[in-house]
Design a protein around this ligand. Structure first.
Ligand code: UFG
Length: 329
C-alpha cells in the first residue's frame, strides 16, 4: 500500500520521504513547488506537481494511486508572513486541508498524519509544554494550524478519518547523506542564518532581543533534528495502522537553548568567530518554548537519536557549506 506525502518536496516533507523509502515504503509525493524543491524529492518516490486546493488534482491522486494513508506537510509556515498576510494562511492551510479532507472522505482514505506546531500554544503558561496545556495562538500561522486540528477532530467524529497531529518545536539539521537539507527563500530561521556567516554570505547575525526574562536575555527554543521528526511520522503511521485512536503529540528534545547559546555552538562547530549584534525584538516571539515529548515517547515509542545540538548544527553545516545556494545549481 502507498503513502501519499503532501508537501514532500519541502524541508521536513523531503526528509520524511527519505526515511519512508529507507523503511521500504511505496511513496507518492504531491507538491505545488511554491516553497518546495523538485531536487529534494527522493528518486524512488513518484512525484506529482499540483496544489491541494485543486480538488481535481487531489481526486486524481486518490483515483490513480492505491493510497492507504496520507502525511500532510503542504502548508505555509512563516509566523511573520502570516501576520502580514493572514488570508494566504487561511487559504492554503485551512481551505487546502478542507479540500483534501473532502477528497479523502469521498475516496474512503481514513488515516492521516499532519504537521502542527508549537505556535498553537502561543505564550506558554508552563515549561515544558504539555499537549493539554492552553492553546492560544498569537499569530495566524498558529491559529490556522490549531483550526486544522479542530477540523480533523470533527471530520474524524463524522466520517471516521483517524489522525495524528504532530506539534513540532524548532526543526533543524540535515539528512546524513548530505543530499537534502534546509532551503527557504527568504531564509528566516536562526540556524541557517547563523551558518550564512561562515559561508561568506552575510557578515554577522542579528540577535532579536536580549531583554527577555531568560537566563541570558535571549529567546529559548527546543531544537529538534529533522530526521528525528521524520521518524515520528513513520511511528505515527504505524500507530494509526494498529487501529489506535486519533491523537496529538509534541515533538521536541525537551531541552532549551538560548539564541546566544546556539550561536556559541555554531562557532565551535564551524571554527568561525561569527560576529553577532543585538537587534530589536521580533514581533510575536514567545520568550521560551520547550516541549514535553513524554507522550510521544511513551505512546509512539519515539526516541530522538540526535539530541545533541552540536551534532544537529554539524549536520546543518555539512549541508550548507556544500550547498551554499541550497538546491540551486
Ligand atoms: N532569531 C534571531 N535572529 C535571527 C533569526 C531568529 O535572534 O536572525 C531568534 C528568534 O527571535 C527566535 C529564535 O531565534 O527566538 C528561533 O527563531 P526561528 O525563526 O528559527 O524559529 P521560531 O522559533 O520563530 O519558529 C519556530 C518554527 C515555526 C513555529 C514557531 C513557534 O519555525 O514554524 O517556532 O513559535 F511556528
Amino acid at each position: 500500500m502507498t503513502i501519499l506525502v503532501l508537501g514532500g518536496a519541502g524541508y521536513i516533507g523531503s526528509h520524511t520521504v527519505y526515511e519512508l523509502i529507507e523503511a521500504g515504503e511505496d511513496v507518492v509525493i504531491a507538491d505545488n513547488l511554491e516553497t518546495g524543491h523538485v531536487e529534494a524529492c527522493h528518486p524512488k518516490a513518484r512525484f506529482y506537481k499540483g496544489d491541494i486546493r485543486d480538488k481535481n488534482f487531489v481526486d486524481n491522486l486518490f483515483d490513480n494511486e492505491k493510497i492507504d494513508s496520507v502525511i500532510h506537510f503542504a502548508a505555509n509556515s512563516l509566523v511573520g508572513e502570516s501576520v502580514s498576510n493572514p488570508l494566504k494562511y487561511y487559504d492554503n492551510n485551512l481551505y487546502g486541508t478542507m479540500v483534501l479532507l473532502k477528497s479523502m472522505v469521498e475516496h474512503n482514505v481514513k488515516k492521516i498524519v499532519f504537521s502542527s506546531t508549537a505556535a498553537t500554544y502561543g505564550e506558554p503558561e508552563n515549561i515544558p509544554i504539555l499537549e493539554n496545556d492552553k492553546t492560544e495562538p498569537t499569530n495566524p500561522y498558529g491559529e490556522t494550524k490549531l483550526s486544522m486540528e479542530k477540523m480533523f477532530k470533527w471530520v474524524s467524529n463524522a466520517h471516521g478519518v483517524r489522525y495524528v497531529s504532530l506539534r513540532y518545536f524548532n526543526a533543524c539539521g540535515a539528512h546524513k547523506s548530505g543530499l537534502i537539507g534546509e532551503d527557504h527563500n527568504p531564509e528566516t530561521h536562526l540556524i541557517p542564518l547563523i551558518l550564512q556567516v561562515p559561508n561568506g554570505q552575510r557578515e554577522k547575525v542579528a540577535i532579536f532581543g536580549d531583554d527577555y526574562d531568560t537566563k541570558d536575555g535571549t529567546c529559548i527554543r527546543d531544537y529538534i533534528h529533522v530526521t528525528d521528526l521524520a521518524q515520528a511520522h513513520i511511528l505515527a503511521v504505524k500507530y494509526l495502522n494498529e487501529g489506535k485512536e486519533s491523537n496529538i503529540f509534541n515533538l521536541g528534545n525537551g531541552v532549551g537553548f538560548s539564541v546566544k547559546e546556539v550561536i556559541e555552538i555554531a562557532r565551535k562547530v564551524t571554527g568561525h568567530p561569527i560576529p553577532a549584534i543585538i537587534s530589536p525584538r521580533r514581533a510575536g516571539d514567545p520568550a521560551k518554548l520547550v516541549a514535553s515529548s513524554e507522550k510521544a515517547r511513551k505512546i509512539l515509542g519515539w526516541n530522538p537519536e540526535h539530541a545533541e545540538l552540536e551534532e544537529i548544527i554539524a549536520s546543518a553545516w555539512n549541508w550548507h557549506k556544500n550547498h551554499p545556494k541550497g538546491f540551486q545549481k
